[in-house]
Design a protein around this ligand. Sequence first.
Ligand code: PEP
Length: 266
Amino acid sequence: MAVNEHPRRTPLIAGNWKMNLDHLQAIAFVQKLAWNLKDAKHDVAAVEVAVFPPFTDLRSVQTLVSADKLPIVFGGQDVSAQDSGAYTGEISGAFLAQLECKYVLIGHSERRTLHAETDEIVSAKVTAALKHNLVPIICVGESAADLELHGPSAVPVAQLRAALAGVTNAADFVVAYEPVWAIGSGKAATPEQAEQVAAQLRLVLTETLGQDVADKTRILYGGSVKGSNIAGFMREPNVDGALVGGASLDIDEFSSIVRFQQHVGL
Ligand code: PEP
């Protein structure tokens, strides 16, 4: 099969803005992105486009997307494991769902390292997201030290198994393989490295949730993805899209990533 033509998996290009762009900048960004996509006659059925703004931008992005019926979906960068109550600073999945978020990032390496999120916390957040009808994007990946000690797959495989502890085969979720050493470093994994780990992650899905779930679940690659390297990843049979950090803040670069099919001559 050529470039990710799996009939049951629509590629997803997701932009994680991290703590960048306030709500006014977010409005301008999403308007321009939508314009770029329209100009390029982007086929929304062929590649799904998602942005992950800071929480304080979400209401503005929702209002714009819904009023102008833009072909862009959006989500939160994190979610609380709790529904409501005395959890200062936390954001409930119920609130995200009310703002029409489709997705939520869970277990990003910056949450795992800077906020000490354990596999147990990640699993609880995945359960909370599903409870509120959000599609979790479960982020997994090995550090440079893990890579040296255990090879590329061991840590992401263990993280995925743990994250799926409370998940049934009825759940809709996405997996993002993000080698920590590739995030923000400018040094992406090779497409072969990404494929090797993505294939192992798909095996985990088969073993834990069955073949149907493994066939339909999208596995993204993330780590220094740019317009110039996306096509290589998308040629791999087990890579169904990308989670993009730095390059998602540059409208032209992000638009170029979304339009990866043109880079590969489809
Ligand atoms: C990320 O933050 O998830 C990420 C992949 O960042 P970058 O694309 O900048 O490496």
